[in-house]
Ligand binder design. Structure first.
Ligand SMILES: CCC(=O)NCCNC(=O)CCNC(=O)[C@H](O)C(C)(C)COP(=O)(O)O
Length: 341
């Protein structure tokens, strides 16, 4: 079954510069300069994250020209607080965009959530039938529960929503392959204490991923952990290139997680041996880490800023705590009308 990207969209609030963040005391000068992140999109409204996904989905659905009745499944991926307890953000997205009665399901695969949801949608369409799937992501990493510069040192978290409309009939790009692999031996990196730990944090202490990571890396060794992280990513990439019948040298663009530059080099650029110019870095450094939405946001930017040419191939890579890694090859079939600088 061939699968296509029929529409992509993102909704990003205004960005705050790193210099402004330093002036405000949101982060220190060293952290800002090491990350080389220029700015971070921050929602001051506040907007319910799922509403950000709705705005992105409307763009993607219009681009796809897909009537609500033809969407067979809605998958909404997220990492953090969606604004209401025991509430289906996926159903909110469905009600506000489609109003149809297909399954609407939430996906939590941490920062691999967007690509994992595309992976699940592909399986759903091939297994249960259907011509289109709507995949959205949205998060708002606001204080006091989250410290976007300090909760996960080396990664700066941003607010925003994204959407992808997948189609079995056609689109501006073909999803030539998509692979997801896991290595649960690394799950302890993001866990505080034993599995029976204190549970979700209920106080106003911001999320702290640095402490469990420091303990985990101290126990295993930084080099060994990095090797294991890179090995997982390489397994996904090798399988995705093979599935698409593509060589690494035939890739024109690399869409990578919106990490700070130091972490991006350590985890990706150094062993891919690719210059940052051939990646989404020039865009991602102006946005920050959107959690599950990095890949869709960067694909939207590339596709709607005239950077993608028919015949080009894009290698899309994602990683999530757990760990799980996704990698896919996207073949560009036609240009989308430019709507972004
Ligand atoms: C929790 C949000 C989420 O899912 N993030 C994606 C998973 N995290 C990652 O892929 C980062 C993996 N890399 C690392 O943690 C670090 O680079 C290493 C490998 C632990 C080395 O530490 P560093 O020197 O970068 O501080």
């Amino acid at each position: 079954m061939d699968l296509y990207l029929a529409g992509v969209g993102s909704w990003l609030p205004p960005a705050r510069t790193a210099a402004e963040a330093v002036r405000r005391g949101d982060c220190d000068e060293v952290t800002a300069s090491r990350s080389e992140v220029a700015s971070v999109t921050i929602d001051e409204e506040p907007t319910v994250p799922a509403e950000m996904a709705v705005r992105a989905a409307r763009t993607a659905l219009a681009q796809a020209g897909c009537p609500p009745s033809e969407v067979a499944v809605v998958l909404h991926a997220y990492l953090y607080d969606q604004g209401n307890e025991l509430w289906s953000a996926a159903s909110y997205v469905q009600r506000r965009t489609l109003g149809n009665d297909c399954p609407a399901i939430g996906v939590q695969q941490v920062s691999n959530g967007g690509m994992a949801a595309i992976h699940l949608a592909a399986g759903y369409l091939s297994g249960w039938g259907g011509r289109h799937a709507l995949v959205t992501t949205a998060d708002r990493f606001a204080a006091p529960g989250f410290d976007r510069w300090r909760s996960d040192p080396g990664t700066v978290y941003a607010d925003g929503g994204t959407a992808v409309v997948l189609s079995t009939e056609g689109g501006f790009a073909r999803l030539a392959s998509l692979v997801l692999v896991g290595d649960s031996d690394l799950e302890g990196m993001h866990r505080r204490g034993s599995a029976r730990g204190p549970g979700v944090h209920t106080g106003t202490r911001p999320v702290d991923l640095g402490t469990p990571k420091r303990h985990f890396v101290a126990e295993r060794g930084n080099a060994a952990v990095l090797r294991q992280v890179v090995a997982g990513q390489q397994r996904a990439m090798t399988a995705a290139l093979e599935q698409a019948g593509t060589e690494l040298g035939e890739i024109d663009w690399f869409v990578l997680p919106h990490f700070g530059l130091r972490r991006l080099r350590l985890n990706y650029l150094n062993h891919l041996r690719v210059d940052a110019e051939r990646t989404n870095w020039s865009f991602s450094r102006t946005v920050g880490h959107l959690g599950a939405g990095d890949q869709a946001a960067s694909l939207t930017h590339l596709a709607t800023s005239g950077r993608l040419r028919p015949g080009q191939r894009v290698l899309v890579m994602a990683v999530g705590a757990g760990f799980s890694w996704s990698c896919g090859v996207v073949e560009v079939l036609r240009e989308l009308p430019s709507s972004r600088p």
